[in-house]
Design a binder for this molecule. Structure first.
Ligand code: SF4
Length: 241
């Protein structure tokens, strides 16, 4: 917020986390999967595609290709057809196959579980690696910065940057490491359920008193929003005792 010092910002981030934890106690990765390999494939498929659409495609796909070697040895054309409805299917099929070939050949079938190894796979950048490390291996090595995190981190003024790498660096300084993975899930859930890009529901938003957007004087008074947020925080504290 305007003229906010770093300690004030850290405190506000802590409050944002408290409220979101209370609001979305079940926040998790919404891509259906039951193994790191399935999560890798689902995450590659989710580029420019909704999780819902990916979840429609993956049950059949995972049954047809249960292991990395199955993707590695698949007919590329057939794999393309299997994932066609997720869009950009040629590129995605190529990346899935190439990543799986690397798992089979370079890692002898072992699924890589470090940032250094994961980013060596085709189609896997820092964002995808963070998704896999945080969700499949419970390792907080970074913060997943997707479109929701980019948008909400800026709206909430947790960063001044638009570049995902710089945003991630800012967030890592503000959020306790054990919450890095959870933070992304919470923000994505909030972005999907309350603060959509098209129509942020500031009037009913649980973060209204902690967010600069309504405080800049739009539809509801700042005081009313602050009171609402204080009530949310008190409820959170009460439930924790
Ligand atoms: S107050 Fe509005 S802009 Fe801020 S997080 Fe909530 S919905 Fe989004």
């Amino acid at each position: 917020m305007k003229n906010e010092k770093k300690t004030g910002l850290k405190k506000r981030v802590g409050e944002i986390l408290k409220v979101l934890r209370k609001t979305y106690p079940d926040a998790h990765c919404e891509l259906d999967h039951s193994s790191p390999l399935e999560l890798l494939v689902a995450t590659i498929l989710s580029a420019q595609c909704t999780d819902k659409r990916v979840n429609l495609v993956t049950p059949k796909l995972f049954a047809k290709y249960p292991k990395a070697i199955d993707y590695a040895e698949a007919e590329l054309h057939e794999l393309e057809e299997d994932i066609r409805s997720t869009g950009f299917f040629r590129n995605k099929a190529k990346n899935i196959q190439s990543a799986c070939r690397a798992i089979v050949e370079k890692f002898q079938g072992r699924f890589p579980d470090t940032m250094e190894e994961l980013v060596q796979l085709d189609g896997v950048g820092r964002k995808t690696a963070n998704v896999i490390l945080g969700t499949a291996f419970n390792k907080n090595e970074g913060v997943v910065v997707d479109t929701h995190v980019i948008r909400l981190s800026n709206l909430l003024e947790l960063t001044q940057h638009k570049d995902p790498v710089k945003i991630e660096q800012d967030l890592m300084k503000l959020i306790p490491q054990e919450d890095w993975s959870l933070f992304s899930h919470l923000i994505v859930w909030h972005g999907r359920r309350r603060c959509s890009a098209r129509k942020p529901d500031c009037l009913n938003c649980e973060l209204a008193g902690l967010c600069p957007v309504p405080a800049q004087g739009k539809s509801v008074s700042r005081q009313r929003l602050k009171e609402k947020s204080d009530r949310e925080l008190k409820k959170t504290e009460k439930n924790r005792i």
